[in-house]
Write a protein that binds this ligand. Structure first.
Ligand SMILES: Nc1ncnc2c1ncn2[C@@H]1O[C@H](COP(=O)(O)OP(=O)(O)OP(=O)(O)O)[C@@H](O)[C@H]1O
Ligand SMILES: [Mg+2]
Length: 249
């Protein structure tokens, strides 16, 4: 469970987040939407403790990320988080197997035998056996996403964060990513936060949708509530129109 309270973030004179209150419920997937530049990635980076807000608090499973004093305290809180960025961000010089093993090797607290056991479990669960010795450039985008997911799940995170998981993918592969989210969530039951532009496609993995606009939460609710909303900004955003209350940058 993640709670965000009265979060404020600015860069110089630009106010990005202007008082955000948000509860990310356990075991559910919350999707954060909004026009480009609205602060979705900034919100995610504050949750991860990469950026510091001027004001407000983020608590992850009861522990305050924003009040964490040291990098090691932040790392402890981060240990419940898994992250899947755009393009899956695999290491090009490592094989699929070594990419998947990476997070546990980096922790330095596991033997190679333990790492192998866990990696093989993830490889089997995500049907990656044929690719273990290949390099990222030798596999398709859809498979790379599966590898990224396997890598993110290696540390048994209770919360998975996805920033635009299918930007730049063709629609077929994009659908594979949604199927992958559904499939892994059913098996591991993580709490999800998905940042996305892709409406209404992303609704299929969303229990709750939160729309950011002008530093605030414009609306939050179920996908059904969004689809039937009469809020002009929501209607404009869902329809992808240029004219309306949202200024397209
Ligand atoms: N480190 C930074 N320094 C200065 N400005 C920043 C920094 N990070 C983000 N910004 C600004 O904050 C605003 C919000 O950025 P953010 O990346 O969160 O947008 P976004 O909603 O994720 O957009 P997109 O949908 O295009 O990914 C933008 O105007 C961006 O230029
Ligand atoms: Mg972004």
């Amino acid at each position: 469970m993640i709670s965000v309270r009265d979060l404020h973030k600015r860069f110089g004179r630009q106010i990005v987040l202007d008082g955000i209150d948000l509860d990310i419920e356990e075991g559910k997937t919350t999707t954060v939407v909004g026009p480009s530049g609205v602060g979705k990635s900034v919100l995610l980076k504050i949750i991860m403790g990469i950026l510091k807000p001027e004001k407000g608090e983020v608590r992850i499973n009861g522990r305050s990320m924003t009040a964490a004093k040291s990098e090691s305290e932040k790392n402890e809180i981060r240990s419940s988080l898994g992250v899947l960025f755009q393009a899956a961000a695999l290491f090009d010089s490592l094989t699929v197997y070594d990419n998947i093993a990476f997070p546990l090797r980096e922790r330095g607290s596991h033997s190679e035998a333990e790492i192998r056991k866990k990696a093989l479990e993830m490889i089997e669960a995500l049907s990656l056996e044929p690719y273990v010795l290949k390099y990222p450039e030798e596999i398709s985008m859809g498979i790379r996403k599966r590898v990224g997911m396997a890598r993110a799940l290696m540390t048994n995170p209770s919360i998975l964060l996805f920033d635009e998981p299918n930007t730049g993918l063709d629609p077929l592969v994009g659908q594979e990513v949604y199927d992958l989210i559904k499939e892994t969530r059913a098996r591991w039951g993580f709490t999800g936060i998905v940042i996305s532009h892709e409406l209404p496609e992303v609704f299929q993995v969303s229990d709750k949708v939160v729309m950011l606009l002008n530093g605030k939460i414009e609306m939050q609710g179920t996908p059904e509530e969004f689809i039937s909303s009469d809020n002009p900004a929501v209607i404009q955003f869902l329809n992808g129109k240029i004219d309306g209350p949202i200024k397209i940058q």
